[in-house]
Design a protein around this ligand. Structure first.
Ligand SMILES: NC(=O)c1ccc[n+]([C@@H]2O[C@H](COP(=O)([O-])OP(=O)(O)OC[C@H]3O[C@@H](n4cnc5c(N)ncnc54)[C@H](O)[C@@H]3O)[C@@H](O)[C@H]2O)c1
Length: 357
């Protein structure tokens, strides 16, 4: 068995899951972690007993034995410089979405990985949600006939929306619908998007973080299939605790409806009242097991490097997803459809509409 050494940069929520998953995987010889929050660094050191723990992520670049770096730091402005440095240091990289903040940065990272023959993937963890994987399998097997229409509606709780909005000013499309655009494009490969129309609506987040509450995006594919993705970030506390999703995938010979609304577990205690656990997108650790897709995504990438297998998310598709949500942000700003692929001039306008600080 070929073991690998793994480093995780930023061991917060997602990086914490990745470090725990890597620490117990038989293909991992050594785990190294970098985290700037001293309490979290101590907590994760106790939990995962890594070979090294540091508050300086660049120290991991200098450890020649590290094969893989998982980059889970925030804010999202860290993604490009950390990934570029990791690839230049010869590490295989799993990077949390978004791939970058501009298409030029994304292109630069893809080139850096391809020119060095390194594995590089973007963590669209919902591909490891078995319900979504089943849609992909059905489409690939032709069970649904020709795809006609895809609809995904996802809402997250406002505390999570505030956590994201307080660290970076990116739209619900860029930070949330991105998962569902990736899902639709993955299922619909090799179709390409040709047109995007998007509208945003303001609500409680306007005063708190200066961002829209909801964004609805309609994407037309090159054969006429229509994808509609709704992303909301301001559900009140209570149900569904973290995230709720509804999916419809319609074909000429069949349809799939997915209820991922997390109404299947209700805990009611005198102390805390009604709670809906196990409703986060990455998935919670429950003693010896995880309730969501991020653990399996982490171990899949470790296996891809150890056994030289393909990664789940090709960075070029993540780049297409990014181009699409940038176009959606521009569409919402100008109140008109935007054609894809973006011309260099439209890409600049879309970037300005999307990255607001
Ligand atoms: N796939 C999913 O389901 C999913 C879910 C949530 C978040 N995400 C993505 O994952 C990324 C991480 O999100 P999160 O919620 O885990 O964030 P988080 O804020 O909980 O964790 C980020 C961690 O990075 C640390 N950090 C910041 N700068 C650092 C540096 N220079 N060196 C080392 N550590 C540093 C922070 O202290 C923090 O602990 C985001 O970019 C987000 O878009 C993906």
């Amino acid at each position: 068995m070929r073991q690998v050494n793994v480093g995780v940069i930023g061991t917060g929520w997602c990086g914490g899951i990745r470090a725990v998953a890597a620490a117990s995987h038989p293909l991992v010889r050594e785990l190294h972690i970098a985290e700037v929050n001293p309490e979290r660094l101590m907590e994760m050191t106790e939990l995962t007993v890594p070979a090294s723990a540091t508050d300086d992520w660049e120290k991991l670049l200098a450890i020649a034995e590290i094969d893989i770096l998982m980059i889970s730091a925030t804010p999202e402005t860290t993604h490009y410089p950390m990934t570029k440095a990791a690839l230049e240091a010869g590490k295989h990289v799993l990077l949390e979405k978004p791939i970058a903040l501009s298409l030029d940065e994304a292109d630069d990272l893809i080139e850096a990985a391809e020119s060095r023959d390194l594995k590089f993937t973007i963590a669209y963890s919902q591909r490891f949600n078995p319900k979504q994987a089943m849609v992909k399998r059905s489409v690939r097997a032709g069970e649904l006939g020709d795809p006609v229409n895809v609809l995904v509606s996802r809402h997250i709780q406002r505390s999570l929306g505030a956590k994201i909005g307080n660290r970076i000013k990116l739209s619900p499309g860029a930070m949330e619908a991105t998962h569902d655009i990736d899902f639709a494009f993955w299922c619909l490969e090799p179709r390409r998007p040709v047109r995007v129309y998007s509208q945003s609506a303001w609500g409680v987040r306007k005063d708190s973080v200066g961002l829209e509450d909801v964004q609805t995006t309609m994407i037309t594919m090159d054969d006429g299939v229509v994808v509609t993705v709704g992303a909301g970030m301001s559900l009140p506390p209570g149900y569904p605790n973290a995230a709720t999703t509804w999916i419809e995938f319609i074909g000429t010979d069949g349809a799939i409806f997915i209820d991922d609304t997390h109404r299947d577990i209700v805990v009611n205690t005198v102390d805390k009242g009604v709670q809906f656990p196990l409703s986060t997108m990455p998935g919670e650790l429950v003693d010896h097991t995880f309730a969501g897709p991020m653990e399996r995504e982490t171990t899949h990438f470790i296996e891809a490097v150890a056994y030289d297998r393909p990664v789940m998310v090709e960075p070029r598709l993540a780049r297409l997803t990014m181009e699409t949500y940038l176009a959606a942000d521009l569409s919402a700003e100008i109140n008109a459809p935007v054609e894809l692929p973006l011309t260099p001039e439209m890409a600049q306008r879309a970037h300005a509409a999307s990255v607001r600080g």
